[in-house]
Every structure is written in C-alpha cells, then in structure tokens.
Design a protein around this ligand. Structure first.
Ligand code: HEM
Length: 417
C-alpha cells in the first residue's frame, strides 16, 4: 500500500466497491469513488466540506493562500488570480510560450541523449518562471522552489501531534526552511523595489499582482501557490504524455495533425480541429492525473450519495481510480487515444467519471493554461525531434502530491533536418 497508494486504492475499489472506510484513533477516513459522490462533494454539497489533510498540512507550513483558504477569503483571492488566467492574457502568453520552446529546441544539439523527466521539469520550470516573472530563468523562481522544497520536506511531520511545538524548535531542517523563506522575502522585496522604480512593465503575473494592489506578502503568497500548483503538475503531464507516445502505437493521424498544427502555427483555440492531439492530452490525464487524489473534510454531518458522514470525517475521491475503473472505461489500463474519437470528433465521457482538473469553485484555475502549455510543447517537440527509448525497463508510478514516473527515463534524440 505504501509503495503504490493509487494502485492499492484501485485494487481495493475493484474488489470492494466504491466506498471504503478506515480509522486512525478517532479519525475516520473514507475513499468514495462514485460519480454521485464526485458530483456532491465537489459541486452540489461542496460548501459542507473544507480541504483535506494534505492541504491542511501544507497550510501549517506555508500559511494561508488560495489553496488552503475557505469560503469568502478563498473567493476573494481567486478573483484576484482570475486576471492571470483570463482568455486574452493566456492567448498572449501562448505566443511567449511558443517562442520560448522554439528557442529551447534550436539551442539543443542535433542529436544526443537526455532524461525525459528532467527535460520536462526544466520546460515546465522555465514556463512558470516566464509566467510569474517574465523571464525563463530567474533567481526569484529558484528561491521559491527552494522554499517549497524545504517546506514540503516537513510535511510528514505535520501528522505528528504537537507539530506546532516542533516548528518552534531550532532543528536543522526547520532552520533550513525558515532561512530559505527569509531569503525569498528579501529577493522579492528587491524585485518589487526595482519594479516600482520603473515605468514600463513586463508581461508577468508579478506585474498583474502589483497592478491589482497586492502587498508584498500577498504577492509572495500568490507566487508560491502558482508554483506549487502549476509546476510539477504540468511537468508530470508532459512526461507521461511523451513516455506514453513512445511506448504505444500512435495512429498516423496524430503526427499528421502535429505537423499541420506546428507548420501553420496554430493556437490552442483551434484545438477542436486537432482531435488526435486533444485525445492524446485527454488520455494522458485519464491514466496519469497529476493530482491523483482529491481530499476533503466534512465541516458538518452530511449525507453523500445516500450515505451518512459525520462532521470532521475525511473523504477522498480519486481521479486515478475513477478514470481507470472498468465500469466507466473499456480496457481501462490501456493508453488508447482512439477511445476519445468518433467520426473525427471528441466524445465526452459519462459525467463525473473524468475529472483531472476537479469541479466546482475549487477546480483548477490553471486548466486552460496547462492545456495551452502542453499543446505548444508537444506540437513543437514532436515536429522537431525524434525520441527513442534507450531501454524497455518498466516505469512505475511515484505518487506524492503529484503523480510522476518513479524511474529515470533515458532517451536518444535526433532533430529532424
Ligand atoms: C496538467 C496540469 C494540471 C492538473 C492536472 C491540475 C489539477 C488540479 C486539480 C485536480 C485541482 C483541484 C484540487 C482540489 O479540488 O482539491 C487544482 C487546483 C489548482 N490548480 Fe491546477 N492542475 C494543473 C495545472 C495547473 C497550473 C499550470 C496552474 C497555475 C499555474 C494551476 C493552478 C491551480 C490552483 C491555483 C489551484 C487551486 C484552486 C483553488 O483552490 O481555488 N494548476 N489543479
């Protein structure tokens, strides 16, 4: 179970059905993987829940932010960030992404070897840096990464009773986190000072947040959230997509669409004209939803899909389990992009069985942006580079906050001339 939590949950679901309970002391933990539960927990009865234990632990370390706040406070933060994700803003940012990926590929040697996870993580790191600060490599984004890395290494401590007391102790790993937090504040302060002294603005989230009147603390809070929520999730989707296309037979239409979309410089708004590209993204996120488990805690006694739950009960629903359920998807463990296409059109799955970006007021605010990033990246990569896996070793899933390949994936690459 500890080795492969999503695989274990799927097995339990197939053996015992949609609802399972386990207890730890006075706490009840449920797994509830049923379309009615998805609908009620995430949408129609969402106000009876707050975020689950993992996010509550993140909150203990990095404080309140969009991910961790509830109710009105959450809505207010979400409104400010919605500007970053507006249609026009994303459409303009798409040109920035495309030109960055073009440049990145042009700087690669004509052939060589690379590790796919690092390659995708680098791309998604550069894209998030471009989005937040308007430049692909920045000391600010490195400082955010360091703070988050040091902070998340404390997360398992947060389940230990008395963790608030621990956080005050001068233990080396706690000091390390606090030091990186201090450095981050200093770096952002310097950046804000230099921006205020300048009249022109760059195309970046930080400038939007300054314009929205956010203070330094709020700006840092938003930057951290966007990094946590947007970097690993996109990197994981990208690496699983590349890996899946290398290990499965792809219909010829997929490459034809890639060639056309890239050579005609098509934008994401035209994705409906490219059903095989769209299906490839859908299928990747079906088998490998970056956020594989969505947790909530009931804030009152509540009935969900005909079952009674008590205040404080934890309930998790899993896109991974539902999207691999043989009840809702034929041959569910196969990567088959054709399942999404009928007569050249994308079909929609049964409601509340496919939800890699969740539903409702807490759904993914970065959904369109991540799809734009993936679309831009894959059309350019597949039309410029040929990858060959160096070996056929089995790749398994490592599921922490996000779902990434556990092993390194080495490939030979050759640029098309
Ligand atoms: C393939 C990529 C991505 C996937 C699969 C994904 C998935 C999700 C999911 C499932 C949630 C909801 C979690 C819950 O209900 O508890 C979420 C929330 C969120 N995502 Fe994404 N995400 C992706 C990319 C991004 C990107 C690129 C950004 C921004 C740069 C982003 C920003 C956020 C934020 C800020 C939230 C919290 C929203 C709120 O609580 O109001 N995500 N994401």
């Amino acid at each position: 179970m500890m080795m492969d939590p999503p695989g274990y949950q799927l097995e339990m679901y197939c053996q015992h059905g949609p609802l399972m309970r386990t207890s730890l002391g006075k706490k009840n933990f449920y797994l509830f993987n049923h379309p009615d539960a998805v609908k009620e927990i995430l949408l129609t009865k969402a106000s009876s829940f707050k975020k689950g234990m993992a996010v509550q632990n993140v909150q203990k370390i990095i404080g309140n932010n969009l991910l961790t706040l509830e109710g009105k406070d959450h809505a207010q933060k979400r409104k400010i960030l919605s500007k970053v994700f507006s249609k026009t803003y994303i459409s303009d940012f798409e040109d920035v992404i495309t030109s960055h990926i073009n440049q990145k590929i042009s700087q690669m040697p004509s052939e060589g070897t690379l590790e796919l996870k690092s390659f995708c993580s680098e791309i998604s790191m550069e894209l998030i840096s471009l989005m937040l600060f308007g430049t692909p490599v920045s000391k600010e984004v490195q400082a955010i990464e360091k703070t988050i890395h040091n902070g998340l290494s404390l997360i398992y401590m947060m389940n230990i009773p008395g963790n608030k007391f621990f956080m005050k102790l001068p233990l080396p790993f706690i000091q390390k986190f606090k030091q990186s937090q201090k450095e981050l504040y200093l770096i952002i302060e310097q950046l804000l000072n230099s921006r205020q002294a300048r009249s022109s603005r760059t195309y970046s989230t930080i400038d939007l947040l300054i314009e929205a009147g956010c203070n330094q603390e709020e700006i840092i809070e938003h930057l951290i959230v966007l990094f946590i929520a947007g970097q690993e999730t996109t990197s994981s989707a990208l690496v699983w997509l590349l890996y899946s296309t290398l290990t499965n037979e792809m219909p010829p239409e997929f490459l034809l669409e890639i060639r056309k979309a890239d050579s005609e410089n098509k934008k994401y708004q035209d994705i409906l004209d490219y059903p095989h590209i769209q299906a490839c993204i859908l299928e990747t996120l079906r088998l490998y939803p970056s956020i594989w488990n969505i947790g909530r805690q009931a804030i009152e006694d509540i009935e969900i899909a005909g079952y009674q739950f008590k205040k404080d009960d934890y309930i998790a629903i899993s896109p991974f389990v539902m999207q691999r359920s043989p009840k809702f998807f034929k041959n569910p463990n196969a990567f088959d992009i054709k399942r999404w296409i009928v007569k050249d059109c994308i079909i929609t799955p049964q409601k509340f069985t496919y939800f890699p970006f969740s539903y409702g007021t807490r759904n993914c605010i970065g959904k369109t942006l991540s799809e734009v990033e993936i679309f831009c990246a894959i059309k350019k990569i597949f039309n410029s580079i040929e990858f060959t896996l160096k070996d056929n070793k089995k790749i398994t899933i490592s599921a922490k906050m996000t779902m990434a390949p556990k092993q390194e994936i080495w490939v030979d690459f050759k640029k098309y001339t």
